[in-house]
Design a protein around this ligand. Structure first.
Ligand SMILES: *Cc1c(COP(=O)(O)O)cnc(C)c1O
Length: 227
């Protein structure tokens, strides 16, 4: 992270490492937190529910970074301090309904499918601005950023292009004034592409494998609908 910041003239303090902790047990997560990390991200509501009670007082922030179904919203808002994966208005509306009942406001990011692969979640880039604007009007959701999963490719230019799309949408949202001053996060970059993401302006990188080692489940288990 430091090397990538140096290369692009960025301050390392402006990039936050979020530990992507899917499949990782609480003991290991606590070890990583003890080393000074403070942000964790979970993908599955079931895992969030299991682990969050043990981590809520240790982690500064617990983000939800997986695909969110409307019927799981109630459980997620008990634990998550930020939901990075808003990709359609229906789920935002359900969140608004639940949050207004408990008078809680939560930070959310809009997830954009910058690689345009069918297997990835996220709103299409051309529809992102409209979704940002609509979600931004919900009083209990605070739209503070954008999230994407870059293309899995050895061709770094094509990966970089994904991150540039996210940055462009951020700039469009700011210049067309559909967002408030709190809209500042670009959550992009994982174990394989975090350097490129930092060069393109990431403020949060989400790293699992490079810290915790290989997972036994394929990522499709976490990313594909219906699994
Ligand atoms: C698993 C996951 C990550 C981390 O991926 P690694 O390649 O293990 O670093 C980041 N973001 C999301 C949404 C994930 O599901």
């Amino acid at each position: 992270m430091e090397a990538a910041c140096k290369k692009s003239g960025r301050n390392p303090d402006d990039v936050q490492l979020l530990l992507a902790t899917k499949t990782v047990d609480v003991g290991k997560i606590k070890q990583a937190l003890a080393l000074g990390e403070t942000f964790i991200g979970e993908n599955k509501v079931q895992e969030l529910k299991q682990k969050a009670p043990d981590l809520i007082n240790i982690a500064e922030e617990i983000h939800f970074i997986g695909h969110l179904q409307s019927n799981k919203v109630k459980e997620v808002i008990k634990w998550a301090t930020c939901i990075q994966s808003i990709d359609r208005f229906s789920v935002a509306k359900e969140l608004e309904k639940r949050l207004s009942r408990i008078e809680k406001v939560i930070d959310v990011f809009i997830q954009v499918n910058t690689s345009q692969e069918d297997s990835k979640f996220g709103v299409a880039p051309e529809d992102a601005l409209a979704l940002i604007e609509k979600v931004g009007k919900l009083p209990h959701l605070n739209v503070t950023g954008l999230m994407t999963i870059g293309l899995f490719s050895a061709e770094s230019d094509r990966v970089r292009a994904c991150f540039q799309i996210l940055k462009r949408i951020q700039q469009e949202a700011i210049s067309s004034k559909v967002v408030g001053p709190g809209f500042k996060h670009l959550s992009m970059g994982m174990s394989g592409d975090l350097e490129i993401a930092i060069e393109e302006g990431a403020t949060i990188i989400r790293v699992g494998t490079a810290i915790f080692g290989e997972r036994i489940y394929p990522d499709s288990y976490y990313w594909d609908e219906g699994l």
